[in-house]
Design a protein around this ligand. Structure first.
Ligand code: FES
Length: 107
């Protein structure tokens, strides 16, 4: 497990992550997606577990799911669970918002 830090404060993190927009971030050798909904931030693999499309172009619905742009499968951002379509769950990464910014934990 390895922690990565983004931003230097809560307000910097909020500025970097407008709500309901997918942001691509490179951490070490891995590329992940981040989405903020209110004060919660979700980290996930940027590649769809179905056929590997980029989820960076995905959209977020009002149920807190990301929708893949290629075949419209949906994944719950909180757990990664596939909600529509028959494929593996989306890999998610724990994110913690703190006074020193965002802490993202990768395996
Ligand atoms: S590649 Fe994402 S739903 Fe098919």
């Amino acid at each position: 497990m390895r922690d990565f830090y983004l931003g230097g404060s809560i307000s910097e993190v909020f500025e970097m992550l407008p709500e309901y927009r997918v942001k691509k971030v490179k951490l070490g050798t891995r590329e992940i997606g981040l989405v903020r909904i209110g004060e919660r931030i979700y980290g996930f693999s940027s590649f769809c577990p179905h056929r590997g499309a980029s989820l960076i172009q995905g959209s977020i619905n009002s149920q807190g799911e990301i929708i893949c742009p290629l075949h419209q499968y949906r994944f719950e951002l909180k757990t990664g669970q596939a909600k529509a379509g028959d494929c593996a769950d989306l890999q998610t990464y724990p994110c913690e918002l703190s006074e020193i910014g965002l802490i993202i934990t990768l395996p």
